[in-house]
Design a protein around this ligand. Structure first.
Ligand code: NAD
Length: 483
């Protein structure tokens, strides 16, 4: 390793991974990137050796001690028991921001949306991707959606800082807070709070369904979009595809202490070993990496050479179009064409010029200090497995002879079915019973006594949620009829 070199970890991945990585590393070397490369093995072979996470414990140390991780796609073997390695790497290393630029290169690559240039910033550590799921009863399964204030603050501040540094004019937020009032509601609320610190940046919020429809129809009306993990996962693929091809988009996964760069597509096993795959997604990810590690001049040279190659109509099969493209090439030939254009600039596509300050300082991402919060226990939701009617369950609970705590309602899949119900509501075997005492708080002792009563009367509960008020505000959803 020489004085200027930056240590990075490289994994060539599975399927088309080795071919696109070899093409990308060839370009990086020829462009003069100063890198000390540490190769690691992850993915299919590691899974099949019996490592259920797809990564050997020693590999973590290599990744942790290098400045960045350049990763080709990997294959998750079919069948149960294998955890997604991408999710594991992102969450274990705290890579909270997933940045996915989706750009149209018209008229040189066919696109549904000329002029599209959208950056999707996806939260990377929370939401349904914690993968915490339960089987509640014989018929019902549950997944936990976890959203935290620090998680929202980090990603939303990152999105505004990204917009500021990259000269972008607008940050849009997508949530489903008309339904998910507490989780997505928090994301939206923090977006509004942090947005006030960036008066020069335009702000707008869309409910995810209509926002997604608008993005698919008029992507040119968006600039930067920030959203929770699941929505970002889905919509960044849609955005990349409608811009031109899923094979064209790179992504950065940024954390406080490390970063990983990858193409957004998968390992496309059917295309593997044929010198067919488009290496552009990984090349553009590597360009993001060079900016991140402070080699912006090399990033600029490669990006402009790549744009010139695209403009010259030298295209892999996935973007090749008879009347637009000039030459259909394989993975290696595409890389050679980019190398041949190092130092050149595109003629009609916009030239790229990265500055040295285009990597976001993590010190900007400070958390807002929170005042102490007063918590009061107001009630409890107890979930039971039950195979008769709601009325029969209410009667069974009344036979417990509770004196100080009252059964408020019973709901089934979120619909109140006792004390009033409609015959049309279909019920499953998982029931939520809400207990409280009008006006006053409960003690944990009282709840334990209630649970004891349920055990004595063979009422089969499997989950208990305490109902807290935080500074007088309910920290739980209120049933419709109570609002
Ligand atoms: P995929 O993205 O691998 O492939 C879908 C199709 O897109 C391919 O058949 C091919 O036609 C096209 N394609 C994708 N990348 C291309 C490229 N660079 N050049 C040309 N065409 C390209 O998605 P999939 O088939 O759903 O998944 C295959 C495997 O990849 C699975 O094992 C999946 O778990 C894994 N995967 C890995 C990652 C990752 O490592 N980041 C991401 C997604 C999927």
């Amino acid at each position: 390793m020489t004085g200027n070199q930056v240590s990075i970890t490289v994994a060539e991945g599975d399927g088309i991974g080795p071919e696109i990585m070899s093409a990308t590393l060839h370009i990086l070397k020829e462009a003069g990137a100063q890198l000390d490369i540490h190769q690691v093995e992850i993915g299919e072979k590691v899974y099949l050796r019996g490592q259920p996470t797809g990564i050997d414990p020693s590999t973590w140390e290599t990744i942790r001690h290098t400045a960045a991780f350049l990763k080709a796609p990997i294959t998750t073997p079919q069948g149960g028991g294998f955890k997604s390695l991408n999710v594991t790497i992102r969450t274990t290393l705290g890579l909270y921001a997933n940045v996915r630029p989706c750009v149209a290169y018209d008229p040189f690559i066919e696109t549904k949306h000329p002029g599209m240039n959208v950056v999707i910033i996806r939260e990377n550590e929370e939401d349904l991707y914690t993968g915490i799921e339960y089987r509640q009863t014989p018929d019902v399964y549950q997944a936990l959606k976890i959203i935290s204030r620090p998680g929202c603050e980090k990603i939303i501040r990152y999105a505004f800082e990204y917009a500021k540094i990259h000269g972008r004019k607008k940050v849009t937020c997508f949530t489903k807070d008309n339904i998910l009032k507490l989780t997505d509601g928090l994301f939206h609320k923090i977006y509004e709070e942090i947005g006030t610190e960036y008066p020069d940046i335009e702000k707008e919020h869309w409910i995810i369904d209509i926002g997604a429809a608008k993005l698919a129809d008029q992507p040119t009306s968006f600039d930067v979009i920030v959203m929770p993990n699941l929505y970002g996962d889905i919509l960044s693929d849609v955005a990349a595809q409608i811009a031109g091809s899923i094979g064209l988009a790179g992504s950065a996964n940024i954390g406080m202490h490390g970063a990983m760069f990858e193409a957004i597509h998968g390992s496309a096993p059917r295309r593997a070993g044929q010198n067919l795959a488009n290496p552009s997604g990984l090349i553009l990810a590597a360009i993001q990496m060079l900016v991140h590690i402070g080699q912006s001049d090399v990033a600029t040279r490669i990006h402009n050479a790549w744009l010139a190659t695209i403009e010259d109509g030298i295209h892999t099969y996935d973007i090749f179009k008879e009347n637009i493209s000039r030459q259909k090439v394989g993975t290696q030939e595409f890389a050679h064409a980019v190398v041949a254009r190092l130092g050149a600039k595109p003629h009609s596509l916009k030239t790229v010029q990265y500055g040295i300050l285009q990597s976001i300082s993590q010190s900007k991402l400070v958390m807002t200090p929170q005042e102490p919060i007063k918590k009061e226990l107001k009630g409890v939701d107890i979930w039971l497995e039950w195979h008769q009617s709601a009325e029969a369950l209410a009667q069974a609970i009344h036979q417990l002879g509770l004196s100080s705590i009252k059964l408020d309602f019973i709901s089934n899949r979120g619909v109140k079915v006792w004390p009033i119900s409609l015959p049309e509501t279909s019920c499953v075997d998982s029931w939520r019973c809400r207990f409280s005492r009008q006006g006053t708080s409960l003690s944990q002792q009282e709840i334990i006594q209630l649970l004891n009563q349920l055990i004595i009367h063979h009422l089969d509960f499997f989950q208990v949620h305490y109902l807290y008020h935080f500074n007088g505000q309910p920290g739980y959803t209120i049933a419709q009829e109570e609002q």
